[in-house]
Write a new protein. Structure first.
Lengths: 187, 301
């Protein structure tokens, strides 16, 4: 898969996601879709496990670096590289594991897998942040609240994946990762 | 002895090592992660060309967040803004007078008159929130290169408080809206009566409720026991918090949305305050930077 094209798509989706996240947010709930997860999912559906893992790790790292986490009651912020990187990595590997049993590989599959991948990524983030909150005081992390919000965001990401799938799947073919089900020996 | 060619680690080994490093870094205490900002800033800068136009388009499609008289002309809006600014200055002067009276009562000798609050302002387009929407904060296109630092106070439409500048990088800064989950509690004062020209009412300690409002108990004033009973919906609440800079005092926090009795102690009244503008959806704000003695705080005693 052409890494340059994937990086370009990631860059555009990252900027696009930052620009529209408020507009797509459901009320004041904090529930908003991730536009990067569908890209990670499409790469994981089409590319090798190694390429998928790197894509997940780097996309998650970009999210980490662009996220400011409140860490003190005085309004202090911190950038914490790692939680989303590992979450996206786990998500990409979950899709790699699941792609073998996919019956169809169209936009609907991207939507379903995006919801699952986002759920996996958010679970890892919540686990790591909750672990941090045990010893990194003061902490403003509310695990249950985050878990519910992120569960909603995961479902919403599935919807975004369904829409983005129509654009990302042809892009994956352009990037040199055709649908394996259409190749002679593909599953 | 001849050495073999240098062997580079495989992609799998590199990936495993990178994931290990990510795990270690993810669990480091926040105080050891200051260096992460070195990488964040260039990434923010490089993403901004995509993010900013998209956000501008979203704001344009949604329409400007303008409460009040929707049919007012730009000139009328400017006059409204100037009037609000004048009222804020008047109230700040009154609050300072009150503070001075308190100090005169305490000190036996005269006090040097408090100088007027001086500040400079800078317009800041809002680039947007962070990559993870569940964690708050507004990124603005002003930074240390524009002489903005953590003493800055962000306002919208002249006198409506948005929040403090929590972090200033060289080109961009982060503002935490006062309504954001995790934002520190603040002390406000309810303005009794109609509009902005009411008299000072009871104070209240307000914390973010997580739904875009602030909530907290009204403080009972033994000198004016009737005051908290006089609080009604729609009354204005202004900042009166000595832990905030003087340039922030008497800025509008919002309007009273509801007043209810506390479930635990019915004699205590809980006030819910909603900012006039949705702080997470502003497209442009103004940063007030105190001039001379940036850390100076104030407020009525």
């Amino acid at each position: 898969m052409n890494p340059g094209l994937v990086a370009l798509a990631g860059y555009v989706l990252l900027g696009l996601g930052l620009g529209v996240s408020e507009a797509l947010q459901l009320g004041d709930t904090g529930i908003a879709p991730s536009l990067l997860i569908p890209l990670v999912v499409v790469v994981a559906m089409r590319a090798s496990a190694m390429e998928s893992a790197w894509t997940g790790l780097l996309a998650g790292l970009a999210v980490d670096l662009l996220t400011e986490v409140p860490v003190s009651h005085a309004g202090g912020l911190a950038t914490i590289p790692g939680p989303n990187a590992l979450g996206f990595l786990a998500a990409s590997q979950a899709v790699v594991a699941a792609r073998g049993v996919l019956y169809q590989r169209g936009a609907f599959a991207v939507g379903v897998l995006s919801a699952l991948a986002a759920g996996m990524a958010h679970l890892v983030v919540v686990l790591l942040m909750t672990l941090r909150a045990i010893y990194d005081k003061p902490s403003l992390w509310a695990p249950w609240e985050e878990l519910f919000t992120r569960a909603g965001s995961s479902l919403y990401t599935g919807l975004a994946g369904l829409v983005l799938g129509f654009a990302l799947l042809p892009l994956a073919s352009l990037a040199g990762a055709p649908d394996p089900s259409r190749t002679r020996f593909g599953r | 002895m001849a050495r073999g060619p240098l062997r580079l680690p495989s992609a799998g080994t590199l990936l495993f090592a990178s994931a290990g490093v990510a795990l270690i870094v993810a669990l480091l205490p926040a105080r050891l992660l200051g260096w992460a900002g070195w990488f964040r800033e260039p990434l923010e800068f490089s993403v901004a060309p995509v993010q900013a136009p998209v956000r501008s388009m979203v704001v344009w499609m949604r329409g400007a967040d303008r409460p009040g008289n929707a049919g007012a002309s730009e000139r009328e809006r400017e006059l409204e803004r100037q009037l609000a600014e004048a009222v804020t200055r008047l109230l700040r002067t009154e609050a300072e007078n009150e503070m001075l009276r308190g100090q005169i009562d305490v000190l036996s000798r005269g006090l040097e008159a408090t100088q007027g609050v001086r500040f400079r302002t800078a317009f800041a387009p809002v680039i947007g929130p962070g990559a993870d929407p569940s964690t708050g904060g507004l990124k603005i296109r002003l930074g240390r290169m524009d002489e903005i630092d953590e003493s800055g106070i962000a306002v919208v439409h002249g006198v409506h408080l948005v929040g403090r500048v929590a972090r200033a990088d060289s080109r961009v800064s982060w503002v935490i809206p006062v309504t954001e989950r995790g934002a520190p509690a603040l002390r406000g004062v309810v303005m009794l009566g109609e509009g902005s020209a009411g008299e000072f009412g009871p104070r209240c300690q307000l914390s973010p409720a997580g739904d875009g409002t602030l909530t907290g108990p009204l403080q009972w004033d033994p000198d004016r026991p009737w005051a908290d009973e006089a609080v009604r919906e729609g009354m204005e609440v202004r900042l009166d918090d000595p832990t905030w800079a003087r340039v922030a005092q008497m800025l509008v926090v919002g309007k009273v949305e509801s007043v209810e009795s506390s479930e635990a102690t019915p004699e205590r009244r809980i006030v819910r305050v909603r900012p006039v503008y949705r702080l997470d959806r502003v497209s442009e704000l103004v940063v007030r930077m105190p001039e001379g003695g940036s850390g100076e705080t104030g407020g009525a005693p």
